[in-house]
Design a protein around this ligand. Structure first.
Ligand SMILES: Nc1ncnc2c1ncn2[C@@H]1O[C@H](COP(=O)(O)OP(=O)(O)O)[C@@H](O)[C@H]1O
Ligand SMILES: O=C(OP(=O)(O)O)[C@H](O)COP(=O)(O)O
Length: 437
C-alpha cells in the first residue's frame, strides 16, 4: 500500500515541518558532499511552489543530546541557500519559545532550518514532550529523511503521530526503487558491507547471508570477523564483544562470505602516514587496518564479476585520508563498469562514489545506508510504518516522472524487472543516483 504523499496534500498557507537527512560529511566547516541536500530539493521546491512555509529539520552526526559546535547545521543552511537560490533562516536552537517566535514571521514561500535535532536528548529517546514541541511548530509534517527512516526517533516517529503526516518525494522514490531492486533482485545477488558503524550493522550479516547469494565484507566491519577467524587485529576498530556471536555465521557461510586476505595497515591515521600491505595473519600489534589490500580486491572482483545485482554499503577503508581511499575508490570504479544492477547506499559510501566521479554509472545511488540494509533484511522502517496510507483513489497529483529508462546506463545494467527505472531518485542535478541520465 502506497503511503500518503505530499502530492495528496493541500499545503497552501500551511507551515510544513520537513524531516530531512542532512547528515552530510563536513570538511573545514563546509559541506564536503551535498548529495543528501540536493536529494531533498524536489520536496522543498514542491512545497514552496504550492504556497507552504517550509521548516526543515535534521540530525548531523551523533552529538548525544548536547550542543557540539562543529555539528551545527549552519554549513548546511548556507549550501541549501546556494542550491535553492533563496534565503534560509538558520535557527540556533531546535525547539522553544525563541524558535516559535522567529518562526511566527515565516511567510509562505520562505524556508527555515532548525538546529541539529540531536542537540536535544529527546530526539533519539523519542521523548513525547520533545515530539510535541516539534509538532507545535507546524500544521503538517513531511518525512523526506529516507536515510533516517530506520530510527524510531522523535522527529521521525513522534511528530508523525501528532500532525497530519505524509511522505516526501525522496522517501517515496527510494522506497519504490529499492523495493523493486531488493525484493526481486537479478541473481546472483551480492552485498558488499564496510564502514564504521560496526555495532549498528553487524547483526545484518546473518540475515544478508540468507537473502543474498554472497556477501563481501571490508572496512572496520571486517575486523571483528577477522578476529573471529583467530587473527590479531592490533589497534584496529572492531567489536571484541561481538567476536563470539559472529563465529558461527562464518562457519555456516563457507565460501559465500568473502573477507579480506590482505590489508593496508598504518600506525598513524594521517594523510601520507607510512603504511604497508600485510596478509591478514600478520597485522602488527601496534598497527591498525585502514584499507583492504590489492590481493583482496582482485579476489573480490573475480567473484563479483558474475553477479546480477550488487548492493554496497560502507567504505572499504578510511577513504577520507589519502592514500587509504584506494580500496573504496577501486570498488566504486569496478561497480560502475560491471554488467549488473548496482545499488550504493549510505552517506559516506555515496560521498566516496561521488568523489570517484562514477555516480552516474551506478544504477541507484541511495541516500540511506542503514535504512537500505533494513529494507534488504525485510524489516519495516519505523518512519514509514507511522505514515498513513494514501487515499484510496484519485486525489493528489500524478507521480513524478521517473528518470532514465531501465538499462539506460553504459554497461548495460537492467533493473530488477519492476516498473521503476533504476537510477532515478527525485533529486537535483547530477546526483544522487544517476539523476540526469
Ligand atoms: N578499517 C576502518 N577503520 C576505521 N574506519 C573505517 C574503516 N573502514 C571504513 N571506515 C570508516 O567508515 C566510515 C563510514 O561508515 P558508515 O557510516 O557505516 O558508512 P555509510 O555512511 O556509507 O553508511 C567512513 O568515515 C570511513 O572512514
Ligand atoms: O548517515 C546515516 O546513516 P548511514 O551512514 O547508514 O547512511 C543516517 O543519517 C542515519 O544516521 P545514524 O546512523 O547516526 O542514525
Amino acid at each position: 500500500m502506497r503511503k500518503r504523499s505530499i502530492r495528496d496534500l493541500d499545503v497552501r498557507g500551511k507551515r510544513v515541518l520537513v524531516r530531512a537527512d542532512f547528515n552530510v560529511p563536513l570538511e573545514g566547516g563546509r559541506v564536503a558532499d551535498d548529495t543528501r541536500i540536493r536529494a531533498a530539493l524536489p520536496t522543498i521546491r514542491h512545497l514552496l511552489e504550492r504556497g507552504a512555509a517550509v521548516i526543515l529539520c535534521s540530525h548531523l552526526g551523533r552529538p548525544k543530546g548536547q550542543v557540539v559546535e562543529e555539528l551545527r547545521l549552519e554549513p548546511v543552511a548556507r549550501r541549501l541557500e546556494e542550491l535553492l537560490g533563496r534565503p534560509v533562516l538558520a535557527l540556533r536552537e531546535v525547539v522553544g519559545p525563541e524558535v516559535e517566535r522567529r518562526l511566527q514571521g515565516l511567510a509562505p514561500g520562505q524556508v527555515a532550518l532548525l538546529e541539529n535535532l540531536r542537540f536535544h536528548p529527546g530526539e533519539t529517546a523519542n521523548d513525547p514532550e520533545f515530539a510535541a514541541a516539534l509538532a507545535r511548530l507546524a500544521d503538517v509534517y513531511v518525512n523526506d529523511a529516507f536515510g533516517a527512516a530506520h530510527r524510531a526517533h522523535a522527529s521521525v516517529v513522534g511528530v508523525a503521530q501528532r500532525l497530519p503526516a505524509a511522505a516526501g518525494l525522496l522517501l517515496e522514490r527510494e522506497l519504490e526503487v529499492l523495493g523493486d531492486l531488493l525484493e526481486r533482485p537479478r541473481r546472483p545477488f551480492w552485498a558488499v558491507l564496510g564502514g564504521a558503524k560496526v555495532s549498528d550493522k553487524i547483526g545484518v550479516i546473518r540475515r544478508l547471508l540468507e537473502v543474498c547469494d554472497g556477501l563481501v565484507i571490508g572496512g572496520a566491519m571486517a575486523n571483528t570477523l577477522l578476529a573471529a577467524q583467530g587473527h590479531a587485529v592490533g589497534r584496529s576498530l572492531y567489536e571484541p564483544d561481538q567476536v563470539e556471536r559472529v563465529r558461527p555465521w562464518l562457519e555456516r557461510a563457507g565460501d559465500r562470505l568473502l573477507l579480506p586476505v590482505d590489508v593496508v595497515v598504518t600506525e598513524r591515521l594521517e594523510p601520507g602516514a607510512p603504511s604497508r600491505v600485510v596478509p591478514v595473519d600478520r597485522i602488527p600489534p601496534e598497527a591498525m587496518v585502514v584499507d583492504v589490500g590489492p590481493a583482496t580486491l582482485a579476489a573480490w572482483q573475480e567473484r563479483l564479476r558474475g553477479a546480477g545485482t550488487v548492493f554496497w554499503n560502507g567504505p572499504l577503508g578510511v577513504f577520507e585520508v589519502e592514500p587509504f581511499h584506494r580500496g573504496t575508490f577501486a570498488l566504486a570504479e569496478f561497480l560502475a563498469d560491471l554488467d549488473a544492477v548496482t545499488v550504493v547506499g549510505g552517506g559516506d559510501s555515496v560521498a566516496a562514489v561521488q568523489r570517484t566521479g562514477v555516480a552516474d554509472r551506478i544504477d541507484h545511488v541511495s541516500t540511506g545506508g542503514g535504512a537500505s540494509l533494513e529494507l534488504l533484511e525485510g524489516k519495516e522502517l519505523p518512519g514509514v510504518a507511522v505514515l498513513p496510507d494514501a487515499p484510496a483513489q484519485g486525489g493528489g497529483e500524478p507521480a513524478p516522472a521517473t528518470g532514465a529508462a531501465p538499462g539506460a546506463r553504459a554497461g548495460g545494467a537492467r533493473t530488477a524487472g519492476g516498473p521503476a527505472g533504476a537510477g532515478s531518485t527525485p533529486a537535483e542535478g547530477p546526483s544522487p543516483g544517476g539523476m540526469g541520465r
